[in-house]
Design a binder for this molecule. Structure first.
Ligand SMILES: Cc1cc2nc3c(=O)[nH]c(=O)nc-3n(C[C@H](O)[C@H](O)[C@H](O)COP(=O)(O)O)c2cc1C
Length: 366
């Protein structure tokens, strides 16, 4: 039976357990370069027992950043900061993953904690976003420039170049951000893609650019390195993508070398969902079943029993945590303890023995 502590082999890599830190923007890079904050923020998850840590949405081009504070890998100068992170994660026994991303029309935004305030950071930058069509994502959002065919070719090349830099920085798995209303999702969705060329119109045409990105990223990675793809299972709006569209895209991606689908949802202004524990899990299970590849479940999965059941009954292969990880970077340790599982192997050796000997607090199981 699959449990939270079972390893998961994927190509030449074995994820040590099923706990994954889902990518989370921190809006704290400058010029796309990560620093000490990112090192500590990510490192504590590796110390807390997460087998895999996926670095936040990292832009493949400068104009693909969600905000001026997002990291990037569009320039060689951005590799060294990322290499410090991969060295730390790997030294602690965690798999170092990174999400490569392009925000498309949702670029040139501001950190969420500044929204609705009059505060502006001195080094804030703004630029003209690009998108499949000249349609803003919200009423007060900047008008994007519709990508020309030459832009499409250049973007595909940028994804490949960023992938090579991620490999050079020491990442062991790569996730393509195809969800949350960002560039790839904008091409996939008829809500944001009104193109009349080979990249718009039919479902097949709308998949064309995202699949070129998948092919380019896969070709730039070593054969033995796993590739994840994050999808919004549905757009959550009338006239948007359905779960059947996502199954078709997941199959096409699988055929091009994607190993795991990371199943999220939404990202369009007004997207609506029932909020609750395991809210996207039924879609993850359906993609797993119908597209025939492993899935990562995310979205309020931070209840130990729910996470364990999703694995044991075959609805998911990995459990991705966002806010629960921020709230408790030791979440895997605490979940394993709650489930009565041996936890010593999850602790760093510097802490595990002491936790085991903690009178009155822990049993021999830690
Ligand atoms: C602070 C924060 C930043 C996020 N940034 C990203 C991101 O960079 N890429 C992404 O795909 N999802 C991002 N998300 C979504 C999370 O990865 C996750 O899928 C979502 O929060 C649902 O999981 P949760 O209920 O465990 O938080 C972010 C979420 C939070 C809370």
């Amino acid at each position: 039976m699959t449990d939270l502590l079972s390893p998961l082999p994927l190509r030449g890599l074995t994820l040590p357990n099923r706990f994954v830190v889902s990518p989370m923007c921190q809006y704290s890079a400058r010029g796309g370069v990560v620093g000490d904050y990112h090192l500590v923020h990510l490192g504590r998850f590796a110390l807390g027992g997460f087998g895999t840590v996926i670095v936040e949405a990292t832009a493949v081009t400068a104009e693909g950043r969600i905000t001026y504070g997002c990291p990037g890998l569009w320039d060689d100068a951005q590799i060294a900061g990322m290499a410090r992170i991969t060295a730390l994660l790997r030294a602690q026994g965690a798999v170092a993953g990174i999400q490569l991303a392009h925000a498309g029309r949702k670029a040139s935004s501001i950190p969420p904690w500044l929204m609705g305030t009059d505060e502006r950071e001195a080094d804030a930058e703004h630029w003209e976003p690009v998108a499949p069509s000249a349609l803003p994502h919200a009423e007060d959002a900047p008008m994007p420039r519709a990508m020309r065919e030459a832009d499409i070719e250049a973007e595909v090349a940028a994804w490949a170049a960023a992938t090579k830099r991620a490999v050079e920085a020491g990442f062991q798995l790569i996730e393509i951000h195809g969800a949350h209303g960002y560039l790839l999702n904008q091409f996939l969705s008829p809500l944001s893609n009104r193109r009349e060329d080979a990249y718009g119109g039919s479902a097949e045409n709308r998949m064309r650019f995202p699949l070129k990105v998948v092919e380019a990223v896969r070709a730039a990675m070593p054969e033995d390195m796993p590739l994840f793809l994050r999808l919004s299972a549905v757009d959550g709006l009338d006239g948007g993508r359905t779960i059947e569209d996502s199954v078709a895209f997941a199959r096409a991606a699988r055929d091009r070398g994607v190993d795991v689908i990371d199943v999220s949802a939404g990202g369009f202004t007004g997207s609506r969902f029932e909020i609750g524990p395991g809210m996207y899990l039924p879609w993850a299970a359906q993609i797993r079943e119908d597209a025939g590849l492993p899935v990562m479940a995310v979205g309020l999965m931070g209840e130990a029993e729910l996470a364990a059941e999703a694995l044991s009954d075959g609805r998911a292969d990995l459990i991705g945590l966002g806010r629960a990880a921020l709230d408790d970077p030791n979440w895997p340790l605490h979940a394993a303890r709650q489930l009565g599982t041996e936890t010593r192997a999850l602790w760093p050796k510097q802490a595990g023995y002491a936790i085991e000997r903690w009178p009155g607090r822990n049993t021999a199981k830690g």
